[in-house]
Design a protein around this ligand. Sequence first.
Ligand code: COA
Ligand code: AMP
Length: 633
Amino acid sequence: MMDAPVQSTYAEAYRRWQQDPEGFWAEKAEAVHWHRRWNKVFDPSLGVYGQWFAGGELNTAENCLDRHVAAGRGAQPALIWDSPMTGRKVSFSYAELRDRTARVAGALAQLGVRRGDRVIIYMPMVPEAAISMLACARLGAIHSVVFGGFGAAELASRISDAKPRAIVSASCGLEPGRVVAYKPLLDEAIALAAHKPESCLILQREQARAELIRGRDHDFAEAEAAAHPHEPVPVAATDPLYILYTSGTTGRPKGIVRDNGGHAVALLNSMRMIYGVGAGDVYWAGSDVGWVVGHSYIVYAPLLAGCTTIMYEGKPVGTPDAGAYWRVCAEHGVRVFFTAPTGIRAIKQQDPEAKLMARYDLSRLEALFLAGERCDPPTALWAAEKLGKPVVDHWWQTETGWAITAGFREFGLFAPKPGSAGRPAPGYDLQVLDDSGKVLPRGQSGNFAVRLPLPPGASPTLWQNDEGFRAAYLADFPGWYRTGDAGYIDEDGDVWVMGRTDDIINVAGHRLSTGAMEEVLASHPNVAECAVIGARDAVKGEVPVGLVVLKAGISRPHAAIAEELVALVRERIGPVAAFKEVYVVPRLPKTRSGKILRASIRRLANGEPPAPPPTIEDPAALDEVKSAFAGRG
Ligand code: COA
Ligand code: AMP
């Protein structure tokens, strides 16, 4: 696909960045509208490991909207909402999106929201979710979007940590076959949370209207209609734009902070450098605003670049069929489509011959980008063959906000190696370290780490928890950011991300902590001990599987206990955990030092022989797990 001169263009760009990182980013920053220019491109004396564009002032929402209206793009579609769940499609021009954002910002200001205040957004995939995010950005308030598939307890923990002045939510979300009433979950979460918001703005959807609590809750549409448009408030480049909670290695989610300046510069640059699109192009990230992909590539980056972004309220299959994604691409003229491999696997399973794909004119689609989990080679090959377009796997995390490794359309793409996630983006000095922190040669597997500083756009810290950031990411390898992912870089410089080094699993492209699920199982009165591992799944990539040991003397039927445990995880974490399997065993296999043999349990769940453990406490425990898993589908 790619010839030698183009390859050298990537190499040249990477080298240019290596030789002068600050010059590289200062040049990219010229594309952003600043109220005040920065004093220093990078100030190593600030924050945990330094901060980007210190002294600069800007407004991110103004860069996403007003800047394009001022440049004459006011009539161009900014956001198209396509909702097979409701049968509706609505297009908002840049001028319309700016006006709605300004009014919702006014409505939030009316509720007392000011620069630096936090606002939690708990919404389904409706345009008002993006408008609310942008309205917060316009005010200099810090939003924290919580994915709709999380339950009340997860929402409560985020409310307690972020201490929002206001919450924006909706009466309901729509899942195939059921209406998810959000308001009771919100009310329960507020009751559980240590902090109480002063007010809630509730979008009433006709599928299930919500009861509003007088004095606290306000109708979104009424408040928007009554509000005066609010002007963008310039904020410091280093001020937080948002907090996005993500699974850590414990049950307590980590509040990843994103700043304004570095984020705008990095995301705007990524649209051209990685995806090869610019103003006027239609770009679609098939994700949810509750995840980082949704933040970066449904809302901020495409709007920063003046693209038309698509917001899709539906699924890859079943809404109504496995041709839905291709219908959206064809109908709206999508040039670049980004989604998670799990969605493609679901489509491939239902439409292996791609007959539904063939119904649509995909001539305007130029490339498919995948991320969120490792893309297995058969899925990448299937998509590339059926689409006849480049399929680019790229690797990133909530923490980084944009791709660590990718293929780069600005430089021409590399010959794709299915299973590899491309090469390091200019901005990242990515290396593989052994457990002692020594850089390993090419071809050897170890821990992926990025030499500090992280590039613009990556998280500067955790919300009000610098120490937590240091402990989670910087302490293991001084001078480096530990990604938590493992793999190797091959002789050509291509990066192979093979798995996590911690207890995080990836279920349908959603990052979840098995530790958090273990905490829920352990809270059941009948459970003495437990373990949760990620087992292979043909569509979702991984699914959680639990093992529990009951307290002595518990004689209740195991099936009843298992049912309660499944319900408990669904209630405490949410349906998104997809926790459906739990087995009772007499004991857990452990090493002599008492460590649970999770790798062996995982192998047994996958139908493989257990890895030979060096010092197993009681070999019979592995046989017991094996027979517990005998009935797994
Ligand atoms: N609000 C409420 N509930 C939600 C939800 C939301 N926003 N999103 C998911 N859920 C629920 C689902 O209804 C489901 O509930 P159930 O157990 O009652 O069926 C559960 O959470 C699991 O949902 P999901 O992960 O969507 O699994 P699924 O079996 O319904 O569908 C796929 C499987 C592969 C079709 C689906 O996971 C999918 O669309 N994946 C793509 C995800 C993606 O693109 N992620 C991008 C990240 S970059
Ligand atoms: P999240 O923070 O939810 O985006 O999840 C990030 C994690 O998902 C990463 O640390 C990886 O474990 C995994 N991941 C994301 N993209 C890829 C990819 N392209 N290849 C392999 N793993 C990936």
